[in-house]
Design a binder for this molecule. Structure first.
Ligand code: PLP
Length: 387
């Protein structure tokens, strides 16, 4: 096997874990649709005995994702939430977890409504304030879990600063890297112990399948996450592993285009008279623009902007034609959404107000269509605001 770790990102994305099939020479990893494997004699098989424990298509994807994040191992799950659940199974009753206060709503729902039932405690802090993280550490703290940038306000956390605090206290840091993908941000290079993704988003990139991954840096991560896959069974099907393998091959070119289009959309919105505020780390006006330049190699295509009221938001959202009004992100198509009534409805008005998620906030996952068409669509839709 070639040493792909020394090669460039796009080369790794195309080749790591995806070598031609040894038996047939097929250049694509086959979809191994099998639940079980023939064994030669008792205890003698070719490395796979049952597909919940292991499957060659899944192995290929896990090799690929570990190589892209620069981790020691990767384990994929049936969705991003299944991956987060796998992460939390590392905790024991009485353990304490610090979590970013503005992480994906499904993550806090699982923590608050499932994991607390098993005696795991959670404290939510604004992790963009690294001292707040230090203050929240208790003797029982085992894990700090962050998202950077956050959804939808694009607030950053200094990964290296938080990793240093964690390691001073023997605590592990996990980073949900879904918004940036390893193309633009590799948290392990800044000291993170575990990287998590909803592969449903940029890694797959085509909005045609769910998935999640935990990338580990230590031998015990490899052992524990493989054990969780086998014990809990929340694994990814070979077909969906194949879809992500296929998506990952174009990750580098897709991300470059997402970034180019994202910047242009942010610039248009920043100078639009009906837009009150744009949240995009690529704009110099973003309060953490300097940190963004330090820990990300691009700014991506996630951004949010405030049009002043729910009425204005709806005026434009019902008139978009190139952009699609819908949840999710990270696909080749531009997806536009209204956080207050969609992704962040469940957290309640009080929490939304605390976080700064106004009724006039609109989020865009800028796709890779011709950027002129995206810009034109937004401009024509915004003309209807307040008419
Ligand atoms: C940042 C982030 N993490 C995790 C998840 C959960 O992933 P999934 O929907 O694949 O379960 C999402 C879903 O939107 C997300 O945006």
């Amino acid at each position: 096997m070639s040493d792909w770790a020394k090669k460039g990102f796009a080369t790794r994305a195309i080749h790591a874990g995806q070598e031609p099939d040894a038996q047939t020479g097929a250049v694509n990893v086959p979809i191994y649709l099998t639940s079980t494997y023939a064994q030669e004699e008792i205890g003698k098989h070719k490395g796979w005995d049952y597909s919940r424990a292991g499957n060659p298509t899944r192995d290929a994807l896990e090799t690929s994702l570990a190589a892209l994040e620069g981790g020691r191992s990767a384990h994929v799950f049936g969705s991003g939430m299944a991956a987060i659940t796998g992460l939390i199974t590392m905790m024991r009753t009485g353990d304490h977890v610090i979590c970013g206060e503005n992480v994906y709503g499904g993550t806090t729902r699982m923590f608050n409504q499932v994991a607390t039932g098993y005696g795991i405690e959670f404290t939510y802090v604004d992790t963009s304030d690294v001292e707040a993280v230090r203050k929240a550490i208790q003797p029982a703290t085992k894990l700090v879990h962050i998202e950077t940038p956050t959804n939808p306000l694009m607030t950053l956390t200094d990964i290296r600063a938080v990793a240093d605090i964690c390691h001073e206290h023997g605590v592990e840091l996990s980073v949900d890297n879904t918004f940036m993908s390893p193309y633009f941000q590799r948290p392990i290079e800044f000291g993170a112990d575990i990287v998590m993704h909803s592969t449903t988003k940029f890694l797959n990139g085509h909005s045609d399948g769910l998935g999640g991954v935990l990338v580990g840096t230590k031998p015990e991560h490899k052992e524990k996450f493989a054990f969780v896959q086998k014990c809990t069974g929340g694994i990814l099907s070979p077909f969906e592993c194949y879809l992500i393998l296929r998506g990952v091959k174009t990750l580098a070119v897709r991300m470059k285009q997402h970034d180019e289009n994202g910047r242009k959309v942010a610039e248009l919105l920043a100078r639009h008279p009906k837009v009150l505020r744009v949240h995009y780390p690529g704009l110099e006006a973003h309060p953490q623009h300097e940190l963004a330049q330090r820990q990300m190699s691009g700014f991506g295509s996630m951004l949010a902007f405030d049009v002043g009221s729910l009425e204005h938001a709806n005026d434009m959202l019902k008139r978009v034609r190139v952009c699609t009004l819908g949840e999710s992100l990270g696909g080749v198509e531009t997806l536009i959404s209204h956080p207050a009534t969609m992704t962040h409805a469940a957290i309640g008005a009080e929490m939304r107000a605390k976080l700064g998620i106004t009724d006039g906030l609109v989020r865009i996952s800028v796709g890779i269509e011709d950027v002129g068409d995206i810009l034109g669509d937004l401009e024509q839709a915004m003309e209807w605001m307040g008419r």
